[in-house]
Design a protein around this ligand. Structure first.
Ligand code: FAD
Ligand code: HEM
Length: 405
């Protein structure tokens, strides 16, 4: 238990630490990788370069500290992060390393302002926060291991089939090398892969959403090839998967995780809005719904640059043909003449509120995923429409960010 005095110190210093947020987190990662270079195998180095993770980890510690009296208030956030950690294989023994490094970084940046009293209060608070994470993650590890077909750590899977879904998206069908069962999952969850690329000094871990309904003898992921653009290099893992990994090759996979999942019990209409490869978790949700509740009212809107990069085109067209309650619309930013003749082509440009209001009702459950600008635009439109946050569900294909402007 933290004393009231400690809690007061924590609460009064959170705003100060937030002001120095980026400086502290940048220093934190410098110190972390210098003292524990083995962690380069776990952290996504591209997220580091883009600065996306810096704003996530330590800020989450501050947010937790601000709720130190009632950590249960931020349990959904702890669980969301816990899913990520569980998929990546973060262990209890990693927590003291992060804690000590964060305190060193605070000292380095704040200098004399970081008195012993403040550092001691933060050490205690970090202990409480990390216990909450460790306990949530312990339950997740138990669940992943004990459910039928479950496992801990990374398990070898054979790429049993590789299918090109569009010019840039390819599906990989994965079956366990040991021939055993595979754990089920909730539509919307993802797998974490660890990839060891010859010639590179550390391994790479990436998440890929399961893109088919559960209950099959395989897992399917669908990966967009991230090409080089301007000065930016090509994506490391997606290109390795597209170019090097062939049918029969082995991939190391951790059990499904993630909290962006479909509420199968809702009676409300469901609207799926996907941008580009953001369609993968929504395809799993749509396939599951149509298998289990084919009469449920579903509207699926997919936005893509054009028809050449549009994956699962015929799957969604078929779904709309078979199920009268499944309505499908396609929005192409820059359609060709051929794209305009697609049976479900609705408009060119982008999804906007005026148009959304013509194809959906406000009382729906909205699920969306796609590039960050797409997600921001959808979120803004839904808020302008007055949709409550409890009916808005989304996932970032990277560290959790903010959708507010
Ligand atoms: P990286 O090497 O990680 O590069 C990513 C991008 O950053 C590239 O465009 C690259 O050009 C750019 N970049 C590289 N260096 C820099 C730099 N210094 N500065 C700025 N930019 C730089 N992806 C899918 O394709 N399908 C999915 O179903 C899917 N599901 C996901 C689910 C979740 C929950 C999450 C978190 C992510 C998901 N992703 C999915 C994204 C996936 O995990 C990878 O991030 C993606 O494949 C890119 O990885 P990469 O190694 O190919 O690219
Ligand atoms: C991801 C918070 C401890 C390793 C994250 C994210 C947050 C976070 C907010 C981003 C989640 C997302 O993707 O949406 C925390 C907090 C911790 C903590 C508050 C302590 C209380 C740890 C520890 C490790 C770790 C001990 C292991 C050394 C990672 C990794 C990622 C991650 C590898 C994925 C980031 C990436 O690869 O880009 N964490 N974390 N975290 N965390 Fe933690």
């Amino acid at each position: 238990m933290l004393s009231q005095e400690t809690k007061d110190i924590i609460k009064s210093t959170v705003p100060v630490l937030e002001i120095h947020g980026t400086a502290i987190t940048t220093r934190f990662y410098e110190l972390l990788f210098a003292s524990h270079p083995e962690l380069l195998n776990i952290f996504n180095q591209t997220n580091q370069k883009q600065g996306r993770q810096q704003t996530a980890l330590a800020n989450a510690v501050y947010a937790a500290a601000a709720h130190i009296d009632h950590l249960e208030d931020i349990l959904p956030t702890v669980k969301q992060i816990g899913h990520k950690h569980r998929g990546l294989g973060i262990q209890p023994e990693h927590y003291p390393i992060v804690g000590e490094t964060l305190l060193k970084a605070i000292r380095d940046v704040l200098g004399e302002a970081a008195t012993d009293e403040i550092i001691d209060a933060w050490a205690q608070a970090y202990g409480v926060i990390s216990d909450a994470f460790i306990s949530v993650e312990h339950e997740m590890y138990e669940h992943a291991t004990q459910q039928p077909g479950g496992w801990s750590g990374f398990r070898p899977f054979v790429v049993s089939k590789k299918v090109q879904e569009s010019e840039v998206i390819t599906s990989f069908y994965l079956t366990p090398q040991d021939g055993g069962d595979i754990a089920t999952y909730e539509p919307g969850q993802y797998l974490t892969l660890v990839v060891d690329i010859p010639g590179q000094s550390y391994t790479h871990r990436r998440q890929y959403s399961l893109s088919d309904a559960p209950g099959k003898p395989y897992y399917r992921i669908s990966v967009k090839r991230e090409d080089a653009r301007g000065n930016l290099p090509a994506g490391v893992v997606s290109n390795h998967l597209h170019e090097t990994i062939q049918e029969g090759d082995i991939l190391q996979v951790s059990a499904p995780s993630g909290d962006f999942v479909l509420d199968m019990n809702t009676k409300s209409p469901i609207v799926f809005l996907s941008g580009g490869v953001g369609m993968t978790p929504l395809m799993s949700m749509a396939n599951t719904l149509m298998e289990r509740r084919p009469a449920h009212s579903v509207t699926y809107v997919h936005a893509a640059l054009n028809g050449r990069v549009h994956a699962f085109k015929s799957d969604l067209t078929e779904m709309a043909k078979r199920h009268p309650a499944f309505r499908h619309y396609v929005v192409y930013e820059r359609p060709s003449n051929e794209d305009r003749s697609h049976a479900h082509f609705a408009k060119d440009g982008f999804i906007d509120l005026d148009w959304l209001q013509t194809i959906s009702t406000q009382d729906a459950e909205f699920y969306f995923c796609g590039p960050t600008p797409f997600m921001k635009a959808i979120y803004k439109a839904l808020k302008q429409w007055g949709v409550e946050d409890t009916h808005i569900h989304y996932e970032f294909f990277g560290p959790q960010g903010s959708l507010a402007d």
